[in-house]
Design a protein around this ligand. Structure first.
Ligand code: GAL
Length: 346
């Protein structure tokens, strides 16, 4: 009996001594595909999102899809973090009503925010779409498809956490625009990636105040959504997905020495049969630390019938010399200071 008590005590002591390490491990572990609780304990709602860094603070914006939203509005959420792992919900940065009376049912998808250091404004781009009222033989009709409007919306705020206000919607450089992506180059210049259904994947530079889409850099004549770009060791890597709606497909990448191309052929980022491990690209984040530079693939695992439960697939990419591979999803840790990413069970 005494021996039993002693071993129980030893076990408890062992567990207590392990606790700080375990807790610390938990605090910097990213678990792709699993529920990702924010600091308040709720699953993060930042789907089709984008991330910016302002000073030492990261902000993650995305589609707010929690249950019970007021259907009169469309919402964009904002989360803050210093380490890209632990996120605090900062509320709905955008709560918008219909920006155009010609719209029937409408939506906001894939919001992306840029911070303009000169104007000190936060500028949000988003995919605004919906049914459109048209005149057919003298009769006003509403289009059937919910993706006819095909524009970007621009919203502005003085603060990272909002409130943002939509100031306009338009077709960038006159082109249809559905899925959008954002890219900020190492020199601070800002770009919008957008899917122009008749033609392909466009990359365009924003104006100095970020309020206009000013100059086309590339038209890649490929039908690709979920556009994401990273500049790594002198090469640009662009990722996109095929047009299969909420269903996953093999996402692909191409490279170029300049944003204006020429772009290489597209290759799979993961074994094609895995369909990007069930995810779709939304962004790549480059973390430059004291010891390493890690590029993170940010993808969405959509659950179209229960969108509030859609998950995230974030993994450190194997990238370099013109090659890019998305490893099999598994838990990993990120050290924001050193920039090192470590797979827990490699
Ligand atoms: C996807 C797109 C999503 C959403 C969905 C709707 O292709 O990436 O953002 O628009 O289609 O079916």
């Amino acid at each position: 009996m005494k021996k039993q008590v002693k071993s129980v005590l030893l076990f408890v002591l062992y567990m207590v001594s392990c606790y700080p390490a375990a807790a610390q491990n938990k605090a910097n572990t990213i678990r792709p595909t699993e529920v990702w609780p924010d600091k308040q304990g709720n699953h993060i709602q930042a789907h089709g999102g984008g991330i910016i860094k302002v000073k030492n603070q990261y902000y993650w914006y995305g589609e707010q899809r929690r249950k019970g939203l007021d259907t009169n509005y469309r919402y964009v959420s904002c989360y803050a973090s210093k380490d890209l792992v632990n996120w605090v919900f900062k509320g709905d940065a955008l709560k918008a009503t219909k920006p155009d009376s010609a719209l029937g049912s409408w939506l906001i998808e894939r919001p992306k925010v840029f911070y303009n250091t000169k104007t000190k404004k936060y500028v949000m781009y988003m995919h605004v779409d919906g049914q459109v009222r048209t005149l057919e033989n003298g009769v006003l009709k509403m289009s059937k498809s919910a993706y006819v409007y095909a524009r970007v919306g621009v919203a502005v705020s003085n603060s990272a956490t909002g409130p943002f206000k939509i100031i306009k919607t338009f077709r960038p450089l006159g082109h249809e625009s559905r899925d959008i992506g954002q890219f900020i180059d190492d020199d601070g210049s800002a770009y919008l990636v957008f899917e122009d259904r008749p033609y392909g994947f466009r990359i365009a530079k924003l104006s100095a105040d970020y309020l206009e889409v000013e100059k086309e850099m590339s038209l890649i004549p490929k039908h690709m959504e979920g556009g994401a770009i990273v500049h790594y060791n002198g090469l640009y890597y662009a990722i996109g997905s095929a047009l299969t709606g909420w269903d996953p497909n093999p996402n692909k990448y191409a490279t170029a020495k300049s944003l204006s191309g020429p772009w290489s052929d597209f290759k799979d980022i993961a074994p094609p049969e895995t369909k990007t491990y069930g995810s779709q690209s939304t962004m790549m984040i480059k973390v430059i630390g004291s010891k390493a530079t890690t590029v993170i693939f940010m993808g969405d695992i959509w659950k179209p019938k229960t969108q509030w439960d859609s998950r995230y697939l974030w993994m450190p990419l194997e990238i370099g010399d013109g090659k890019l591979t998305l490893p099999k999803p598994q838990p990993w840790t990120l050290n924001i200071k050193t920039g090192e990413a470590k797979l827990i069970n490699p």
